[in-house]
Structure formats: structure tokens, C-alpha cells
Design a protein around this ligand. Structure first.
Ligand SMILES: Cc1cc2nc3c(=O)[nH]c(=O)nc-3n(C[C@H](O)[C@H](O)[C@H](O)COP(=O)(O)O)c2cc1C
Length: 455
């Protein structure tokens, strides 16, 4: 029998009972104090232990500059009080944009990104005082096989990977070594712009099957970017080295890393080679130790692929299929992976993912994780779309309002699939219901009873 259930807990006791009855390990603390404490990472102090995750709004201009809804989203996030604001996937080249309105950090857009940065810092200071400085990370990306710069798929693939989809012909060309080497320089250029604007850090995005993530599992690729661990991690490490060489300590470097793809070897990264249903974190940990030696001291961990197995990285009530597990099992898997990484790479501050399904009870797992050393900072994605004031309510009221929380209904993801501008259809409905409806027109409902054949 399928164990999937929608969220149906009246309170924390119900949640704890379900965790126990499923035999899961999820850290819970009723004292939320730890979330308000500053977090020291190297020379940097983050104002508190809450981060807003990168989430694409698909609402920039055609040129890739932030637009009206982009500014609105970041004003709302900044006024919530999270110590760390991780900006969404931002392309380093036009052809690597995941949609025609994806942000694109280039010389032409530098002033507009400067305005976005000032909006974030200014809003946070206006709300929390001149001494409150929100730490900002820009996520740099090439969307690889999910590139759609003109609205039509224009895949750039690192390797032939049947799990990452896109129904490409057998002989579809893979990006060449020379092109990859050139792309490293575009990441560097974008990093220089980010530093000049004033952002604290760049994230060399390595998750969710986009180009850099695909390279990590390019076991079957020939040449210097495929095959061995050294080759598969070369692109990421070269980018880090190039940025360090040029910018020294004037810009922090971090990454959002998939620790576990959850599809079979030789196509998945972080998977047990005999049974992809089990993570094998030895390569992700090996990579993080190398990066730690190079001065990377923070990592945001994610898992799975939003197009193939979305329940792995964002446990949900409603989505494209009913997952073959209870969403709490997804939360526990993700947190367990995060704990193992934090404990194996103690010099790095690990940021957690996957808490939003817990709705208004999520702060208790966040505080439990921080208190028990499973991660240093708790990251929230969909909850922030729904309830941008959530950090302030945690700090000031010691609880969240169930009626303002994310319900993991999947509609923010559906908007993206339909080519619209993403936000919370339920809690920010004046703006996003019309966008959602327009996108859905003439399309079948996304939810189906298809059972995922994996994990
Ligand atoms: C609409 C939408 C857009 C997203 N965009 C990004 C993105 O730009 N970069 C990224 O690394 N993850 C992205 N994610 C994934 C989230 O950052 C996060 O990992 C995921 O929602 C699980 O965390 P949660 O349970 O707190 O929502 C996106 C998720 C959603 C729903």
C-alpha cells in the first residue's frame, strides 16, 4: 500500500507520533532560540540561522535584468529577517537560461543587479536597523539540458543520460571540452560582477541536473571532463580556482550541491552503485573536503531532480505523481544526508533543505537540526514564497501561523512548467492566481496517479 499522506497534523505531538510510528529520525526542538543566534562562518557572521533558498521567479526582463516582480519578491524576503538570502539561479550566458525571463548576470545588467542588491540591503536595514546586514549569495548557473532561452528547449548536454530526459536523439551532440573551458570564464566574469556590485558570495550551482550537476555524474563522458572523479569535478574546481585566483578573499565562494541524485549509476551522483535507492555520500564528501581546503566554507545541500523525481528534493502533498513514500520519509532522508555531510565536513557550514512540507511546524525541525549539529543554518524555499515574514514570526512570536504557511500544493512549480512567473498561488493569490490560471488554460491537470518507479 502506498504510504503517501497529505500533511494532517494538528500539532507537534501528532508530528512526533508519526515520526516515531514510521521509525524515522528527525530532530525536533521546542526551543526556537537557536534559530535567532548569529552563525560564525570563517571571518563572516551571519545574523541568524535562517536562510531563504534560491527560487526562480522567472520574472526578469527579456534581457535578464530583475523586473518589477523580482524586486517585489526580494523586498518581501528581505523584510522577513532571514540572515542569509540566497538569490535564485542566474545565468552566466544567454544560451544557458532556463526560460526567456531567467535572470542573467552580465555587464549590460550590472546596474539593475546593483539596484536589486541595494533594495535587499536597504529593505533589511529599514526593518531591522542599520546594524542588520543580510548576507547575500548569487546562484550562478548554466541550465544545460534544461536551457530554453527563447522559450523552446535548446538543450546543452554534458553526457547522454537517459534519466535526465528531454527525449534527445542518440547522436545529440555533447558540449565539447573547449566549450566547457570557455564557460568557466563566463562563470568567472559573472563572479567579478557580483563582487563589484557588493554581493557577499557566489554559488557555483551544482544541483538538480543542470550542467554542472550533470558533469558530476558524467561517468560515461570521454575526455578531461568525464570518467574519473578528478575529471567529473574538474569544471567546478576550475571555476573555484579561477575565481580565487582573480578575486582572492574579496568574494566568498559557495555551492548548492546535489548530494544524492536518486537515479542509477552510471548516471546518478551520490548513489550506491548497486542500489541507487541508497545514497553513497563518499564522492560528495570527497569533493567538499577538496573545496574546504580551497577556502569554500559553506554549502547548501539539495537532492534529486525537479523534472524526474521531484519528491526527493521537495517533499509534497500534491505534485506530478504520488510518491511511493510518506513525505516525512523524504524529509528524513534529506535531513539524514545533510547530517552525515555536516558531520563529515565539520569545517563547512551546511545549510539544510526540504523543511517546507512541515508547514508551521518546520521551525521545530530547523531548531532541532541546528541544536543537534545536523546543520548550521536552516534553509526554507516554498515556505518563503508563501510566508515571507516567517523568520520574523519565529523570532518575535516563537511560532508560525498555520494559515500563512506553504501547503506544498506544487502550484509554484506548475507555474514554472507552464512558462509563467513563479510565486505562491495560495497565499499571494492576487498576483499569482491569474498567472496560474493563464498558464493552466487548455492543459490537463498536472497531478496524476502515476507512481514513481524510483525510490
Ligand atoms: C518555484 C521553484 C523555483 C526554484 N528555483 C530554484 C533555483 O533557482 N535554484 C535552486 O537551487 N533551487 C530552486 N528551487 C528548489 C528550492 O530552492 C528548494 O530546494 C526546494 O523547494 C525544497 O525546499 P523547501 O522544502 O524549503 O521548499 C526551486 C523550487 C521551486 C518550488
Amino acid at each position: 500500500m502506498n504510504k503517501h499522506e497529505r500533511f494532517n497534523f494538528k500539532g507537534l505531538d501528532d508530528l512526533k507520533e508519526k515520526i516515531n510510528s514510521l521509525g524515522l529520525q528527525i530532530p525536533i526542538s521546542e526551543n526556537l532560540e537557536s534559530l535567532a543566534q548569529p552563525v560564525k562562518i570563517g571571518e563572516t557572521t551571519i545574523a541568524n540561522a535562517i536562510s531563504v533558498h534560491p527560487m526562480e521567479g522567472c520574472d526578469g526582463t527579456a534581457e535578464g535584468a530583475p523586473d518589477e516582480l523580482t524586486y517585489r519578491r526580494y523586498r518581501r524576503f528581505a523584510s522577513g529577517g532571514a540572515g542569509l538570502l540566497w538569490l535564485e539561479a542566474t545565468a552566466v550566458v544567454h544560451e544557458g537560461r532556463a526560460n526567456p525571463l531567467q535572470l542573467y548576470l552580465c555587464q549590460q545588467n550590472k546596474d539593475a543587479f546593483g539596484k536589486l542588491f541595494d533594495t535587499i540591503i536597504g529593505t533589511a536595514k529599514a526593518e531591522f536597523g542599520q546594524n542588520h546586514r543580510v548576507y547575500t549569495v548569487v546562484q550562478l548557473t548554466h541550465s544545460g539540458r534544461y536551457s530554453k532561452p527563447e522559450g523552446k528547449p535548446a538543450p546543452v548536454i554534458a553526457t547522454r543520460n537517459p534519466y535526465l530526459g528531454r527525449n534527445l536523439p542518440e547522436d545529440y551532440p555533447v558540449i565539447s571540452d573547449d566549450q566547457l573551458e570557455q564557460l568557466e570564464d563566463y562563470f568567472l566574469e559573472a563572479a567579478v560582477l557580483a563582487r563589484d556590485i557588493g554581493f557577499d558570495a557566489v554559488d557555483i550551482k551544482a544541483c538538480h541536473g543542470y550542467l554542472n550537476s550533470e558533469l558530476l555524474s558524467a561517468f560515461t563522458r570521454d575526455g578531461k571532463y568525464g570518467g574519473s572523479f578528478e575529471n567529473r569535478t574538474r569544471f567546478l574546481i576550475n571555476i573555484v580556482d579561477k575565481i580565487k585566483d582573480r578575486l582572492g578573499d574579496s568574494l566568498d565562494i559557495t555551492l548548492r550541491l546535489n548530494a544524492y541524485d536518486a537515479f542509477p549509476y552510471p548516471y546518478g551522483w551520490g548513489v550506491d552503485r548497486d542500489d541507487y535507492r541508497k545514497p553513497d555520500l563518499s564522492e560528495p564528501i570527497r569533493l567538499l573536503r577538496i573545496l574546504a581546503d580551497k577556502g569554500v566554507n559553506m554549502v547548501n545541500i539539495s537532492c534529486g531532480n525537479p523534472y524526474y523525481n521531484p519528491h526527493i528534493g521537495r517533499p509534497y502533498d500534491a505534485g506530478p505523481y504520488i510518491p511511493p513514500e510518506h513525505p516525512l520519509e523524504g524529509v528524513a532522508r534529506m535531513l539524514g544526508i545533510i547530517r552525515d555531510i555536516q558531520q563529515s565536513v565539520p569545517d563547512m557550514a551546511v545549510i539544510s533543505t526540504g523543511l517546507s512540507w512541515l508547514r508551521h511546524l518546520s521551525p521545530f525541525a530547523a531548531a532541532g537540526g541546528v541544536e543537534e549539529g545536523w546543520f548550521r543554518i536552516a534553509g526554507f524555499g516554498r515556505l518563503a514564497f508563501a510566508y515571507p515574514q516567517f523568520p520574523r514570526d519565529i523570532f518575535e512570536k516563537g511560532e508560525l501561523d498555520a494559515k500563512r504557511s506553504c501547503i506544498a500544493c506544487g502550484k509554484c512549480s506548475e507555474i514554472m512548467r507552464d512558462g509563467g512567473k513563479a510565486g505562491c498561488v495560495i497565499r499571494d493569490n492576487k498576483i499569482y492566481v491569474p498567472i496560474y490560471k493563464a498558464g493552466r488554460e487548455g492543459k490537463p491537470p498536472i497531478q496524476s496517479n502515476r507512481l514513481a518507479e524510483h525510490v
